[in-house]
Design a protein around this ligand. Structure first.
Ligand code: PFF
Length: 467
């Protein structure tokens, strides 16, 4: 066990959970995987990954994304889960416990803010998805003309009340699950939803692939065009890797704090990364062959999911049915991800500031309803209110994906590689020597220490045009 863990700061001691009260945790190994995968799989797979792949040239973007995932995403994910499990506390307390008296806890604090800001816009996209389940079921989106589906989307996002009410509904749903707790709420929900998500995705993928003309979509997805790999695309791919694996903002650290002692962290993280990648590729396979089969443009941008996709489904046999399934799938994905986002501030308020879980959840959600409304109203009442040339919705997305998460990840890799040290990492990742994965741990440590920070820094400075 790491020596640092036993030396606690005064703040950490004060907020330590009494040894008599066991901390709520994930109970089974399957539950750990379901919850962690539930966090990784989300609108990032169903909404961001397809439209970013579409805009950035298809296969070449996927390759850059893969490299970012392997050299940056996975190592940081392993590191974060490890730190959480070592300290068994929320993101801020974890870092103050592991580095008493040092300012590393600020990284956890930034994470709490990032989680909050992501939720502010993410709950709005989730709101559209939930609204779309009903619109699709009632036949309101059944047109093969993107102009008509575009009007339906516009009508939704420019209506302030609809935007707000659906967002509040989403907030109510996730807070109810979070209040139930880590094992009864998060674990039980994700254990049921994740298999359903895979099933739906495969069903829709098969439907899409069996359309005449589907081949062109596969070529787009799998044939690279390297002229599209620009500095901006690199930053986007890396930002996506962070967003996809829920890293750089304390979510994996918070979930790691609920991991079982006997869980093999590198193996679990790798499985989650591979399953998450599979979901992204499957989402691409569900979407692009159908887009090409019906002659739509793949690079529609963020509206791909809400304007192009309904028109694509409307054009295919059994399309009405598959359209409803598709938005249920997206809603399931969004839910698991939002649970992990909400858990970050809730765990912080609960463990660090001593609020009850119910109060911690309700106060976070109340504040979210307020801040989130600035994202929800970005297409209506606040459409002209811009900072740095962006609406609040775009600003929260850009500031988190492209700045806060990479900076958070950079700091965490520096902490693990340079401040915490190899002996601790080895003990933590081999479960105190009981797992025979020392070679792997060495490789992970080497990457975290030397490769990850350099890559993140270069891409970050380049993308922000500082380099
Ligand atoms: N990984 C989620 C997705 O791909 O949609 C989004 C996300 C969840 C980001 C949790 C960050 C996070 F902490």
């Amino acid at each position: 066990m790491a020596t640092q863990v036993t030396v606690k700061s005064r703040a950490a001691v004060k907020h330590d959970v009494s040894p008599l009260i066991t901390r709520d945790s994930f109970t089974t190994s399957l539950g750990v995987i379901a919850a962690t995968l539930g966090s990784a799989v989300g609108l990032g797979n169903i909404w961001k990954f397809p439209f970013l792949t579409g805009v950035n040239g298809g296969a070449s973007f996927i390759i850059v994304y893969l490299i970012s995932t392997l050299l940056v995403g996975l190592p940081i994910m392993i590191a974060e889960i490890m730190l959480g499990r070592q300290a068994r506390a929320d993101a801020v307390t974890s870092l103050s416990k592991l580095a008493p008296g040092k300012p590393w806890w600020l990284v956890g604090a930034a994470g709490v803010i990032s989680a909050f800001l992501i939720l502010a816009f993410y709950t709005e996209v989730a709101a559209w998805v939930f609204a779309y389940i009903f619109k699709a079921a009632l036949g309101g989106l059944l047109s093969t003309n993107p102009e008509v589906t575009g009007q339906a989307f516009n009508q939704l996002i420019t209506d302030p009340w609809q935007s707000l009410l659906w967002q509040w509904l989403v907030l109510a749903l996730i807070s109810a699950i979070i209040i139930l707790g880590v094992s009864k709420g998060i674990e039980q929900t994700t254990k049921r939803l994740m298999p359903l998500l895979f099933l739906l995705l495969v069903a829709i993928g098969v439907r899409s692939l069996t359309l005449p003309g589907a081949m062109e979509g596969l070529v787009f997805l799998f044939q690279p065009d390297f002229s599209k790999v620009t500095a901006a695309a690199l930053l986007t791919a890396m930002g996506l890797a962070f967003f996809k694996l829920s890293i750089g903002m304390g979510a994996m650290m918070t979930y790691g704090s609920y991991f079982r002692d006997d869980q093999n962290i590198p193996a679990t993280a790798t499985k989650v990364m591979l399953a998450d990648l599979t979901v992204s590729i499957l989402a691409g396979i569900a979407i692009f062959p159908a887009v090409f089969a019906f002659g739509f443009e793949p690079d529609a941008g963020p509206s791909l999911l809400f304007i192009t996709i309904p028109a694509v489904f409307a054009a295919m046999p059994l399309g009405h049915f598959f359209m409803v399934l598709f938005f249920i799938l997206a809603a399931i994905a969004a839910t698991g991800a939002m649970l992990s986002l909400l858990e970050v501030p809730v765990a912080f308020l609960n463990e660090r500031l001593g609020l009850s879980r119910v109060m911690a959840t309700l106060s976070t959600v109340a504040l979210l309803a307020l801040v989130g409304s600035t994202a929800a109203l970005s297409n209506s009442l606040l459409a002209d209110f811009k900072l740095f040339g962006m609406t609040m919705f775009d600003l929260y997305d850009f500031a988190t994906s492209n700045i806060l998460l990479p900076v958070g990840g950079l700091c965490l890799s520096l902490f693990v590689g340079w401040a915490w040290g190899f002996a601790e990492v080895k003990a933590a990742l081999t479960n105190n020597g009981t797992l025979p994965n020392e070679r792997l741990v060495r490789a992970v440590f080497g990457i975290i220490k030397f490769v990850t920070p350099v890559l993140v820094l270069i891409v970050l400075l380049n993308g922000l045009k500082i380099l």
